[in-house]
Design a protein around this ligand. Structure first.
Ligand code: NAD
Ligand code: 13P
Length: 342
């Protein structure tokens, strides 16, 4: 029989929230296997394996406490066991771990497998950046869609109305993924722009660090709105410079403007950047102190982005991205953020 079988690769804050949605939907929809396997990077929590805790309590007590996970979602510590027989691979891990995970999966995925990445970040290459969707496609030789939007995981777990965007290359795949992810409270738009959707999600994390810096300086809402506006323009300029064929409309989908806004008000990158300004502690230290194992994506992306801009002599063309990097990692005074963008 031709049913789709899902593997969720990742089980952090967002990975667990999305596994809850998938777990409910596969039972209600036709054409999907009821069992969903979710890969857990094993660790012990209070002396017990996290996988065992999840499978006993049907709750990810570390990364998404307070929300039940459907019983047909099974936490699995072994990556290859998770993807055995899976025809749909949902990638939702912090971007710095994707290479390693893909290497382990190389040559092992189902012949009919297709993938979707929910990761917000990119890789770098000698010539510029490499979207996560391209890394997955190159290593695993599977078609790849992307999903990104204004999606703070805890709010979606609480089933508060949100939107998201799926980027597809093949419309049928876009529609299949829309069916798999959509709920009454989680509305999915689909666009023919895999890389545009994905790169918006990566770059907004850097803008959110800028917003956190503004919050740390207590500069107020007008200044933050300016950072949001200028940030969105730099995102668009950068993405269009590196990728032809990106659509203007993509920036007005949930993955564009809406994700910049929610991340600049409610995200982890914002929160830690604010604390960085207030305490002077490093991002690495604050990530450990404030996030209980959750990972920042914007800090590494700011570094990776600056590497590319520097190498290509483009720092002055992206003054906001550049000053955010320098304030975060080169000891430049936070107040410079507004001086540098005038
Ligand atoms: P998270 O930051 O909450 O948790 C970190 C995860 O990384 C944990 O599952 C941990 O077990 C795992 N991990 C730690 N070391 C690892 C290793 N060496 N190899 C593999 N995994 C390891 O995770 P998340 O929030 O699910 O983030 C995953 C992706 O989703 C990120 O790119 C993030 O930007 C994106 N995202 C997050 C949210 C959100 O609100 N949390 C929303 C949208 C998108
Ligand atoms: P943070 O990683 O900054 O929490 O952003 C979450 C997100 O991607 C919201 O859409």
């Amino acid at each position: 029989t031709d049913v789709e079988k899902i593997a969720v690769i990742g089980s952090g804050n967002w990975g667990t929230a999305i596994a809850r949605i998938i777990g409910v939907n596969v039972v209600q929809l036709k054409g999907f296997d009821r069992e969903v396997k979710m890969w857990v990077f094993e660790e012990t929590v209070g002396g017990k394996n996290l996988t065992e805790l999840i499978n006993e309590k049907h709750e990810n007590v570390k990364y998404l406490p307070g929300f039940k996970i459907p019983e047909n979602v099974k936490a699995v510590p072994d990556l290859l066991e998770t993807i055995k027989d899976a025809t749909i691979l949902v990638f939702v891990i912090p971007h710095q771990f994707l290479h390693d995970v893909c290497d382990q999966l190389k040559g092992k995925v189902h012949i009919k497998a297709k993938a979707i990445t929910l990761i917000k970040g990119f890789d770098t290459s000698d010539t510029g950046i490499r979207p996560m969707s391209e890394v997955i496609h190159e290593v695993l030789k599977v078609p790849v869609c992307t999903l990104s939007g204004a999606n703070i995981a805890n709010e979606i777990a609480a089933e508060k109305f949100s939107e998201t965007t799926i980027g597809y290359r093949n419309r049928q795949e876009g529609e299949l993924f829309k069916r798999l992810f959509e709920t009454k409270y989680y509305r999915v738009g689909i666009v023919d722009d895999v890389v545009g959707v994905e790169l918006c999600g990566a770059l907004k994390n850097v803008v959110a660090i800028g917003a956190g810096i503004i919050d740390g300086l207590k500069m107020g809402d007008n200044t933050k709105a300016a950072i949001i506006r200028i940030g969105l323009l730099e995102m668009k300029k950068f993405i269009k410079m590196f990728y032809k064929g990106i659509k203007d409309e993509t920036f007005f989908e949930s993955c564009g403007i809406a994700d910049v806004i929610t991340s600049c008000y409610g995200g982890r990158n914002r929160k830690v950047a604010e604390a960085h300004v207030l305490t002077g502690k490093s991002f690495d230290q604050l990530e450990k102190e404030l996030l209980n194992g959750q990972k920042l994506q914007g800090t590494l992306t700011a570094k990776e982005l600056n590497m590319v801009l520097k190498r290509k002599g483009l720092e002055r063309e992206f003054p906001l991205f550049t000053t955010i990097y320098k304030i975060s990692f080169e000891g430049v005074a936070p107040q410079k953020i507004v001086e540098d963008i005038i």
